[in-house]
Design a protein around this ligand. Structure first.
Ligand SMILES: CC(C)(COP(=O)(O)OP(=O)(O)OC[C@H]1O[C@@H](n2cnc3c(N)ncnc32)[C@H](O)[C@@H]1OP(=O)(O)O)[C@@H](O)C(=O)NCCC(=O)NCCS
Length: 157
């Protein structure tokens, strides 16, 4: 598997992937709506097929992971993308990498904590607030868990 920075030529494929994974290329977290197709991105490829995508933004002293998707799970795609994002953050000279996940996303919580990220914030009702900006966010998430809250995870670099 190869991880590389996305280029302009990848924009259409990125838009399609986000649409399939999240129903939209607009990602909403911590009260901010991002058009993820306009963000810098890392692409994981295997045999010329896109198998994963991470979009991010760098602001102040931090890299925020905005979206992360492994199209093939449990085969190292997510880890390779996170590791590449850490490299990007270090090269940019920022002090931390952070992201928001949601209270239902137990798989992601496990994945991130296994990769050294710490839970540094819980925003009760954070997803309910995001739903005001993006009404397509469903009321129920993974494992049938009611989707309400945001969790902030962080890796100090
Ligand atoms: C969260 C997510 C990105 C993780 O990606 P992933 O590609 O499945 O992650 P990895 O394969 O790198 O690691 C997952 C586990 O599989 C294991 N694994 C990796 N390759 C493996 C292999 N070939 N055989 C068996 N296990 C393997 C890893 O060791 C890891 O286990 P560990 O945490 O105990 O070490 C993925 O589940 C996903 O896309 N979820 C949906 C979107 C989402 O929720 N994104 C996050 C939003 S905040």
């Amino acid at each position: 598997m190869n991880v590389r920075p996305a280029t302009e030529a990848d924009r259409e494929a990125i838009g399609e992937l986000l649409l399939v994974s999240w129903g939209s290329h607009i990602a909403v977290a911590h009260g901010t709506a991002y058009d993820a197709t306009t963000l810098p991105a890392l692409i994981a490829e295997q045999d010329d097929r896109i198998v994963g995508l991470l979009t991010y933004t760098i602001e102040d002293d931090a890299l925020e992971v905005v979206t992360l998707d492994a199209l093939e799970r449990r085969s190292g795609v997510g880890s390779a993308l996170m590791s590449a994002a850490v490299d990007v953050a270090r090269r940019a000279g920022v002090r931390r990498l952070w992201l928001i996940t949601t209270n239902d996303n137990l798989d992601a919580l496990r994945f991130y904590q296994r990769r050294g990220l710490r839970i540094v914030g819980v925003t009760p009702g954070g997803v309910d607030a995001s739903r005001e900006l993006k009404p397509s966010i469903p009321p129920t998430g993974a494992y049938g868990i009611p989707l309400h809250d945001e969790l902030t995870l962080e890796l100090t670099l």
